[in-house]
Design a protein around this ligand. Structure first.
Ligand SMILES: [Zn+2]
Length: 197
């Protein structure tokens, strides 16, 4: 999570700063001894924190700079239960795209959006980056583009066969009722818009 890494960087800088000042004071007062070593450990710890922050940044920029860019369709949302922000789990995007062999791929993009933000609507197109199995995304690429054969991406494909549940749904766009698959993005057979059931 990004916010966690920002906190890590702030703590790292604070440890280095405070540890550095305290050890400077201790050394100037009493010379190098046991007491001057203790604050130096904080400097070392802070340096480790900062290093992991920069490694995280490097990995993120590697995904963007060295990764392959694919246009992808937003297929759904998944909660990131590994971290809680203000008491709620952030939301990652589930996307589908054609890889370089025109095979349909599904990926979870670690967007970490706050819950309830629905700017990235299901069915919209965005650019993602894939580098060594890790994913990133281009924040400025969100658009309404229709991709070639995108019905292949947005068609209902149960991820867990046997857990599929059909429910009656009213299309919020045209008002028609139809059978939808629960938990999936469904295409309205009447107007063609995509609805999350
Ligand atoms: Zn409709």
């Amino acid at each position: 999570m990004d916010s966690a890494f920002v906190i890590l960087a702030i703590m790292g800088a604070a440890f280095i700063g405070i540890g550095g000042i305290v050890s400077t004071v201790f050394i100037s007062v009493g010379g190098i001894g046991v007491f001057s070593i203790i604050p130096l450990f904080f400097v070392l710890l802070g340096a480790c924190f900062l290093a992991s922050f920069f490694i995280h940044l490097k990995k993120k920029s590697d995904i963007r700079n060295k990764g392959t860019r694919y246009p992808a369709k937003i297929f759904g949302y998944v909660q990131d239960t590994t971290v809680s922000v203000n008491g709620a789990y952030p939301v990652n995007l589930k996307v589908r795209y054609f890889d370089s062999n025109r095979k349909v791929k599904e990926a979870i993009i670690p967007t970490g959006f706050p819950r309830g933000s629905n700017q990235y609507a299901i069915g919209m197109t965005m650019d993602i980056f894939e580098y060594k199995g890790k994913y990133g995304w281009d924040k400025d690429s969100l658009r309404d583009e229709t991709l070639l054969n995108e019905c292949m991406l947005m068609d209902e494909k149960p991820v867990e066969p046997g857990k599929v549940k059909r429910i009656a749904m009213d299309c919020p766009n045209c008002g028609a009722s139809f059978q939808a698959t629960k938990g999936y993005s469904n295409k309205c057979p009447y107007c063609g818009s995509y609805i999350d059931a």
